[in-house]
Write a protein that binds this ligand. Structure first.
Ligand SMILES: CC(C)(COP(=O)(O)OP(=O)(O)OC[C@H]1O[C@@H](n2cnc3c(N)ncnc32)[C@H](O)[C@@H]1OP(=O)(O)O)[C@@H](O)C(=O)NCCC(=O)NCCS
Length: 195
């Protein structure tokens, strides 16, 4: 398995704690933009506390170091902070929830920068995520989205199967209303997403 792929000018690669930690402020900024501009249900609610989001992403990096999580990056040409490997265009996480009896993983926080939407970044992030999951034997993927959201539509297009809903299970960052979540699964033995 290659560790990175380039499509157009954007590169899709695995987060490496040794070289990509300088991108953490960009992780936080994209997360904030998705909550405040796109009203994405994504763990935090306004008023957003940048320090709390930084702590959240630092804990995810710790899980990468522990081998329990992968973060797939979309990097566009340019510089980001003090690094020279590109501008963060988006990301998604693969959380290893495997037990002996089930090769399960979670797909979490598919978030694309406002500046890079509708260019196929999300599709290619999921292509890369599924490639990595497959290589690790994590063949049963599970995720949730907000009912009626763009993400719900996109995961259907990506071949994920909706299997149930939990009503009023999350709070909208837009207006504090309760939101229903739709749960999806995908068995990679049945086929993987193509770029
Ligand atoms: C949802 C999101 C990840 C899509 O990212 P993106 O890079 O713009 O998506 P892509 O360009 O890869 O498009 C993927 C598919 O969805 C479709 N699509 C993307 N945005 C769409 C929209 N707003 N409405 C309808 N279809 C849309 C594309 O046409 C494409 O279809 P195809 O692959 O069959 O051609 C992005 O809008 C985002 O970050 N939103 C806020 C955060 C969020 O909702 N995350 C997901 C849940 S945590």
């Amino acid at each position: 398995m290659s560790t990175s792929q380039t499509t157009g000018s954007i590169t899709f690669t695995l987060f490496d704690p040794k070289t990509h930690v300088h991108l953490l402020p960009s992780f936080v900024q994209i997360h904030i933009d998705c909550i405040t501009h796109s009203h994405t249900v994504a763990s935090f609610l306004p008023p957003l506390d940048r320090d709390a989001l930084t702590t959240y992403w630092t804990s995810k990096v710790d899980e990468v170091r522990a081998g329990k999580r992968d973060i797939i990056l979309a990097l566009a040409p340019g510089t980001d902070g003090d690094g020279d490997d590109g501008v963060l265009a988006g990301y998604v996480m693969l959380a290893d929830h495997r037990v002996q009896a089930a090769p399960t993983a979670g797909v979490e926080k598919l978030l694309v920068s406002l500046d890079f939407r509708r260019r196929g970044v999300a599709r290619k992030l999921i292509v890369k995520l599924e490639e990595i999951a497959w290589s690790k034997g994590l063949t049963s993927l599970v995720l949730d989205t907000e009912e009626g959201s763009t993400a719900e539509l996109i995961y259907l297009r990506f071949g994920y199967t909706a299997f149930g809903k939990i009503p009023n299970h999350a709070i909208s960052p837009k207006d504090g209303s309760k939101k229903t979540l739709t749960y999806f699964y995908k068995h990679l033995e049945d086929g993987r997403l193509e770029a």
